[in-house]
Design a protein. Structure first.
Length: 209
């Protein structure tokens, strides 16, 4: 492989440009890791992934070769693809939600009426759980008092009574979690209908969107 560097290449080009028998081949111009510019008749195998410029015998640019992407560039491109796909999915989901909203309601007042009905039903379900919580708490408190009385003076706790106390406390904890879930559901309903109403107003105020 023939390589020409620096002034030698400039001289070679000068000679070629003044000769009627100028070389008809081409050269590759590329820069190594140390910033040194090289010229060669072909790209070295170990440098084939670098960016390079193809020159004719008179030093004119024939083609620019872009460097092969490195691991970081490949990773960045893949991340960009994933980001775009995610955005496209979100846009498609939003489009479907918008269509469903417009096909379900004709006015913002209809959304408000639907919100009130949903909140009413959710509150009724919550009240049922709340009543059960109060009942369970009363039972648990009563059993706890019985256990305290039964163990006064260092007496061992009756096995059946101790089990009843544990069971009642587990039941109370379960019902309290359910009550918290009902509260969270009511909050979600409020948020969903508020967002739906706001979006409906946006869509109907700007039909072109």
């Amino acid at each position: 492989m023939r390589r020409i560097k620096g002034l030698r290449f400039a001289a070679a080009l000068f000679i070629a440009s003044t000769s009627q028998a100028a070389w008809a081949g081409k050269l590759y111009k590329w820069v190594d890791d140390k910033g040194v510019t090289h010229y060669s008749e072909s790209m070295p195998a170990e440098q084939k992934d670098r960016s390079s410029t193809e020159l004719d015998g008179r030093g004119r640019v024939l083609k620019q070769n872009t460097a092969a992407p490195g691991p970081e560039q490949i990773r960045a491109r893949e991340e960009e693809k994933l980001r775009r796909k995610s955005e496209e999915r979100e846009l498609e989901q939003q489009r479907r939600r918008d269509n469903a909203l417009l096909n379900t309601y004709t006015t913002a007042d209809e959304i408000e009426d639907a919100r009130k009905r949903a909140i009413l039903a959710a509150n009724q379900a919550r009240q049922v759980v709340e009543t059960r919580v109060k009942s369970s708490k009363s039972r648990s408190d009563a059993l706890r008092k019985q256990l305290e009385q039964a163990t006064r003076g260092g007496k061992p706790a009756p096995h059946a009574l101790a089990e009843d106390v544990e069971e009642s406390e587990r039941d109370l904890a379960r019902l309290e979690r359910e009550l918290a879930q009902r509260d969270a559901e009511i909050a979600r309903i409020e948020q969903r209908y508020t967002e739906d109403r706001t979006r409906f107003v946006e869509l109907t105020s700007n039909p072109a969107r």
